[in-house]
Design a protein around this ligand. Structure first.
Ligand code: ADP
Ligand code: ASP
Ligand code: MG
Length: 441
């Protein structure tokens, strides 16, 4: 058995759905379970519809038209989608009357995208004589906690999923399961979502729980690339990546994989292949436990923009034990999470999300230290083999110095596969271009 996941861009319209159906058909002998995202930008459009509803306007026209036109073009009649569109309209009407929306209702609202796309695909496959059945994630036991918009899967999914899909795996049932990515239900029965891009996690969870041969995530790029192709158009596919590298890459901003998607497959050693549905002959990238050959010194470069850099200096604490404990306790108290950190004996520099409200934290920290806050920064991360960090830093920094880029902080992660640096937001893309040129050209 394999798991095949198709992202929004792979199922954006009728033509793409037909194409994906042909890819699924080509792998039919491997007993694929299929995970789908919402069609195209439907998730974004649903979130926009939520914002409009809060202002009193109900607008589902775009989302409805896309799904109705696609069904018509595919030559399928699907009452189940019409029923969902009616429910969606009722929900938006409710929100427009209340003029407010909770995280829980937002998750319920965005769930319609994935629920419609699996119905569409299953109906189309059936119309082509390929037995298929759609499942909403909870139909196969995908349950989560109640942390709406970024829910964690519960441990019981490891048993629930095989209980529902073993008949398919062992051939008793022949219907290809077409499962919604991204969504789940909590124990109270409320719909949750796993965070943006969460379909990757649904796919790796199913693959790991089913002990699948491999998980394939089909995208619109030739695999994991050396950097974001929208920043460096020469970015090229990385043929082999470890789980650890892939995880760091995702956590440090590469949109290509959901940050938590490596967790289940790391436990079982299930390989993950990242493929291009627009270019099926390209080999893509494979994510595995260990490199098969020589470890490449630099794997990829990523960025997270719009972050805030905080410098905390305390001469009073010079040599005093507990300086760091004091700082971390304050972050804990104000529930602000730290992304990158660099320390010396009396000073600490760290980065936080720009959206965090820092007022209380800063005033507490200022009791014992001088604090400076600098906004509009970016984290640029080199995912690399830290055994070569000196050489990597030397060549990278030479190139940056030549172009006049001023790096304001640098930190090497404990995982030994990342080096992060902080630069001004408006220099982030240029920094990535210079580093990419230094390492990959
Ligand atoms: P899907 O919705 O199909 O899962 P995403 O849009 O979430 O796909 O992720 C693929 C996109 O991620 C690519 O189109 C590309 O623009 C962007 N991207 C950013 N960094 C990378 C990277 N290092 N490798 C590949 N793609 C990347
Ligand atoms: N449709 C969701 C999103 O756009 C989940 C996904 O694509 O993985 O974030
Ligand atoms: Mg994605």
């Amino acid at each position: 058995m394999i798991v095949m996941k198709f992202g929004g861009s792979s199922v954006a319209n009728a033509e793409r759905i037909k194409h994906v159906a042909s890819i699924i058909k080509a792998y039919q002998d491997k007993r694929p379970a299929v995970v789908l995202s919402a069609m195209g930008d439907t998730t974004d459009h649903l979130l926009e519809a939520a914002d409009k509803a809060v202002l009193g306007e109900v607008d589902v026209a775009g989302v409805a038209k896309l799904h109705e036109d696609t069904a018509a073009e595919l030559g399928i009649k699907i009452e189940t989608i019409e029923a969902l569109l009616t429910e969606l309209k009722q929900l938006l009407t409710g929100i427009s009357m209340l003029k407010e929306i909770s995280k829980r209702s937002r998750d319920y609202l965005v769930s319609f995208g994935e629920r419609m796309s699996v119905r569409m695909m299953a109906a189309y496959l059936e119309s082509q004589g390929i037995p298929a059945r759609f499942y909403d994630a909870w139909d196969i036991g995908i349950v989560s906690d109640s942390n709406y918009m970024s829910a964690e899967l519960l441990d019981e999914v490891w048993e629930n999923i095989p209980a529902h899909l073993n008949d398919y795996k062992n051939g008793t049932d022949n219907h290809i399961p077409i499962v919604t990515g991204f969504i789940a239900k909590d124990v109270k029965g409320n719909i949750t979502t796993l965070g943006r891009g969460g379909s990757d996690l649904t796919a790796t969870m199913i693959g790991a729980a089913m002990r699948a041969e491999e998980v394939q995530t089909w995208k619109d790029v030739d695999g994991i690339l050396t950097t974001d192709p929208r920043v460096v158009k020469e970015a090229k596919p990385v043929p082999e990546v470890t789980y650890e590298e892939a995880q760091e890459l995702a956590m440090f901003g590469a949109q290509v994989l959901h940050p938590r998607s490596m967790l289940p497959v790391r436990k079982t050693g299930t390989p993950v292949r990242v493929k291009n549905s627009y270019n099926i002959t390209s080999p893509g990238s494979i994510i595995v436990e260990k490199h098969s050959g020589k470890v490449p010194p630099v794997c990829a470069i990523t960025t997270v923009k719009h972050i805030t850099l905080i410098d905390i200096v305390s001469s009073r604490m010079l040599g005093a034990a507990g300086f760091l404990a004091h700082i971390f306790n304050n972050f804990l108290k104000w529930n602000i999470s730290i992304d990158v950190i660099a320390t010396s004996e009396v000073s600490v520099s760290l980065t936080v999300n720009t959206k965090a409200d820092l007022t209380g934290l800063i005033s507490d920290l200022e009791q014992a230290s001088q604090v400076s806050v600098r906004k509009d920064k970016a984290i640029v991360t080199i995912i690399c083999d830290a055994a070569h960090s000196s050489a990597i830093l030397a060549s990278g920094f030479d190139a940056l110095a030549e172009e006049g880029i001023n790096v304001q902080m640098i930190s090497q992660g404990a995982s030994k596969v990342n080096i992060s640096m902080i630069v001004n937001d408006d220099e982030a893309d240029k920094t990535v271009q210079i580093l990419h040129n230094a390492y990959f050209s």
